[in-house]
Design a protein around this ligand. Structure first.
Ligand code: ADP
Length: 486
């Protein structure tokens, strides 16, 4: 039986994206629609959306609808366009007073109003469509008030009486914390008794915390992260609350779009390859090292890094061990990323110290990201925390053996190589320390020196399946349980 799923998010690629949230908000609904569910996405019609080439039409019966922001009545209209590579409708909430800003996020109290409006406007649209979704799927703090709106402001409407709510936490570091006085502006002026009282006493309202209290089910983007979120080390202050709701907290690893990330079909690659014929990988390594000005020595393992360069990503652990390995002539390195200047300088320092062996490309480049995934032998991802992570999964598909810290989605996607059995897909370390990374690197280099073992390791990783077909099916199972369809 087909499910009705209302998806609300502040980001949906390609319309509006700053990170993984935008990707998931396109890929998962696309999968759900493809397997026959009635999915409708609601997104602000940001003035920054590039609408050239898009077929966007105004929805006749969703014109000049009204909602109150505090004492002010605000009018909005709705436009629709199909999600690219899918027929599913995206509904764009057009309200220039709120969404005419230079980017997706404006910052400050403005965002509390802008995103609470998205939740309320989506519910109003469902009413005008006479649509009762089985599931309202909210994402991160931006749409986390939706479960409470359903329980309060919209509870009079029988239309939603069987609807259930799912809130996915993509990144708990962002919680949507605003001054308590915002309650009136976001339509909760009459509902203060339903909010977290300690916070109100402290003069604040947390969108995410409210969502955690009221959503029927909470999910996050990997099973390991679902456990981590309940600990002091990772819960960012919400661990107690999440522990109380642990029976309703589920982790589902994000999926990979193999239409984009597959070495057999990759649009960026000149030399394609597959597990049966890896020669294209060698040729790509040669071409890429030449292009980047590295010495061409096919025997040396090429280490790859593609990342935002922030403390979260763990590069404090790798610079010294890499310097030693480069100095000893045991590795080559290609790093791509931008972020905090201390990490940019550290990678630049490696390039300066070891010309021909290390290269750092400061910036964001989709093309280079694909080339590095294909050319490198080893991918380095030593994150301090990683709710899901994508590059470790891309790397497995590209036969680029990952070295990762055992956290979040890295722990769930990579299995430690066991030389005795030949099983496993990569190298993991537990402690967030330079020595732990050094040992993992040494183990990887030792294994690389045995070509048969390495080939097996590559094959093991390349045969893993992290497609949305697999991961999306887990969401459908969850929705069905929640909607009482199973
Ligand atoms: P996060 O969302 O925390 O940045 P993820 O691994 O979930 O980490 O997703 C990051 C995505 O952004 C990956 O697809 C990665 O390839 C891409 N990316 C990050 N930095 C760059 C860069 N400098 N150039 C190209 N792609 C990048």
């Amino acid at each position: 039986m087909s499910l009705g799923i209302c998806w609300t998010s502040s980001e949906v690629a390609p319309f509006a994206k700053t990170g993984g949230l935008g990707d998931v908000s396109a890929a998962l609904p696309r999968y759900l629609h493809r397997v026959g569910h009635d999915v409708r996405i609601f997104l602000p019609f940001y003035s920054s959306i590039d609408n050239r080439g898009l077929d966007i039409v105004e929805v006749d019966f969703l014109r000049h609808l009204e909602l109150d922001i505090g004492l002010h009545r605000t009018s909005f209209s709705v436009f629709t366009t199909p999600l690219p590579d899918s027929g599913l409708p995206v509904y764009l909430i057009h309200c220039p007073a709120l969404y005419e800003r230079s980017g997706i996020y404006a910052g400050g109290d403005d965002d509390a109003v802008r995103f609470s409006f998205l939740s309320r406007a989506s519910l109003l649209c469902c009413q005008h469509m006479s649509w009762s979704p089985d599931i309202f799927h909210c994402n991160d703090w931006h749409t986390a008030l939706m479960p409470l709106y359903l329980k309060r402001a919209f509870s009079w409407d029988q239309l939603f009486q069987n609807s259930r709510t799912v809130l996915t936490i993509h990144n708990i570091a962002y919680q949507g914390i605003f001054p308590e006085r915002i309650c009136d502006q976001v339509g909760l002026g009459e509902d203060r008794e339903f909010l977290y009282q300690d916070d109100l006493d402290a003069g604040i309202l947390s969108f995410l915390k409210t969502g955690i209290l009221y959503a029927d089910v909470l999910t996050t983007v990997s099973p390991t992260h679902a456990l981590e979120l309940q600990t002091d080390a990772y819960g960012m202050g919400l661990q107690d609350l999440l522990r109380q709701r642990s029976d309703h907290l589920v982790g589902i690893l994000n999926g990979v779009d193999y239409g984009e990330w597959n070495p057999a079909t990759d649009r960026v690659l000149e030399h394609h390859y597959s597990p049966d014929d890896l020669s294209g990988k060698q040729r790509t390594k040669l071409a890429v090292t030449e292009r980047l000005g590295l010495d061409t020595d096919p025997r040396l393992p090429l280490l790859g890094v593609i990342s935002r360069l922030t403390a979260q990503k763990g590069f404090d652990l790798v610079i010294e061990p890499m310097r030693q390995a480069l100095g000893a002539g045991r590795i080559q390195l290609v790093a791509l990323g931008t972020g905090e200047s201390r990490y940019e300088s550290a990678f630049q320092g490696l390039q300066d110290a070891f010309p021909g062996r290390a290269v750092f490309h400061r910036g964001y480049s989709e093309e280079l990201a694909h080339l590095i995934e294909a050319a490198a032998d080893i991918f380095v991802m030593p994150s301090k925390f990683e709710p899901s992570g994508l590059n470790q999964m891309y790397s497995l598909k590209y036969g680029t053996v990952p070295i990762v810290r055992r956290t979040g989605g890295l722990a769930d996607a990579v299995d430690l190589y066991n030389p005795a059995t030949g099983e496993g897909t990569g190298f993991l370390f537990d402690h967030f320390s330079i020595d732990a990374f050094r040992r993992a690197l040494a183990f990887a280099l030792e294994t690389y020196a045995d070509p048969e073992a390495w080939k097996r390791l590559m094959h093991n990783g390349m045969s893993r399946d992290f497609s949305w077909d697999r991961q999306g099916a887990l969401y459908v199972e969850l929705y069905r349980r929640l909607a009482g369809h199973s």
